[in-house]
Write a protein that binds this ligand. Structure first.
Ligand code: KG4
Ligand code: ZN
Length: 338
């Protein structure tokens, strides 16, 4: 009777996430991360990530159910990320999801990781307005999307990064600055005492003849490395470098996102993905959306980074839209296009 409880599973990278959603409401979720195990390699090691998912999968399902006060038999559908992501990592989540769906005799939904990131915001702020522009900024993606009905209409890709993702840029520059991994939060913290105007980092692809919705961050990484190089033998003013880098990234991201809204006559900008947690990205997005008369939606931090609740959220939307479930022989799609 009524709408089923959807169990969502996310395992595309280093987070094992499980969430439970019903009727647009988050009932409970749990996340385990293998981030610490990758730290000394400076990036996610696929084999380590896959093993970690196997290790924690069942306990994370248990924790999510306990937090929601639900039992296994309350699950009415299972949704799982099938891509894009690391293939070994995705395989673990999909195998677990198939096992649960088969054993419980409930439908299985294979979902796109980015559609999950978009859906995350519905758990915090209710249904998304149709249309809206979504800026997805994470360690793997930097995309501007035009979203209509998430469960029914295809997402329109307005633009992407031509090279590194914004989060990747944070992570790589942090390494150059001698800051710990993951670099985004480390740069955010380091920037607190810094002066963003102390270094003039470029604003890539913001010229009049550049693609208004394309991004490029590899040049920023090079500029940051050159700046660090110039201080060889002296103490590096990390706070200034971090503040300036953060300012450059936040400036480019928010400028293009607001331009996309204006050009498409869209009144709402949604910013999701790990980099949406960045304090300067948030502040500048607020400032510029207010100036342009746009509504800004940014989900709370725990829903911004990879998690299972967002996968349950898109699963719940699909269930309620009457979408067809996936067959039990569905495969992963590590390089899934949108
Ligand atoms: O969405 P997410 O958890 O995973 C995917 O990549 O899909 O995003 C992780 C990325 C990392 O690159 C991390 O450095 C970045 O988000 N990040 C941040 C902040 N918190 C996380 N970047 C800038 N500032 C932050 N506060
Ligand atoms: Zn993600």
């Amino acid at each position: 009777q009524g709408t089923p409880v959807v169990l969502g599973i996310e395992s595309s990278c280093d987070e094992t996430g499980v969430g439970l959603v019903r009727d647009g409401r988050l009932l409970g979720h749990a996340v385990a991360s293998s981030m610490a195990e990758h730290a000394r390699f400076g990036g996610v090691v696929p084999e380590i990530a896959a093993r970690a998912h196997v290790h924690v999968f069942t306990p994370v399902v248990h924790r999510a159910l306990a937090e929601a006060g639900l039992r296994m038999s309350d699950i009415g559908a299972v949704a799982v990320t099938t891509g894009p992501g690391l293939s070994g990592a995705l395989q673990v989540g999909l195998a677990g999801a198939k096992g649960l769906a088969y054993a419980l005799g409930v439908p299985l939904y294979g979902v796109h990781h980015l559609a999950g990131h978009v859906a995350a915001d519905t758990l915090a702020h209710g249904p998304l307005p149709d249309p809206c522009v979504v800026l997805i900024v994470s360690g793997g993606h930097t995309s501007l999307l035009l979203v209509r009905d998430l469960a029914r209409d295809p997402i329109v890709h307005l633009g992407d990064t031509l090279d590194d993702a914004a989060g990747e840029c944070f992570d790589k520059v942090a390494r150059v600055f001698g800051l710990p991994y993951p670099g985004g939060p480390a740069i955010d913290r380091a920037a607190r005492g810094g002066d963003a105007r102390a270094v003039a980092f470029p604003r890539p692809l913001t010229g009049p003849r550049d693609d208004p919705y394309a991004f490029s961050f590899s040049g920023l990484k090079t500029a940051a490395a050159r700046w660090a190089e110039r201080h060889r033998g002296q103490a590096l003013p990390v706070a200034d470098g971090a503040a300036a880098l953060q300012e450059a990234i936040a400036d480019v991201l928010t400028r293009k996102a607001v331009a996309a809204c204006t050009a498409h006559g869209v009144g709402t900008l949604v910013v999701v993905g790990g980099v949406a947690a960045n304090s300067r990205v948030r502040a500048l997005a607020e400032e510029r959306c207010a100036a342009a008369g746009l509504t800004l939606r940014v989900p709370p931090l725990k829903l911004c980074t990879d998690n299972g609740a967002m996968i349950a959220a898109i699963g719940d939307l699909l269930v309620r839209a009457g979408a067809a479930p996936a067959p039990l022989d569905v495969s992963i799609d590590p390089s899934a296009p949108l």
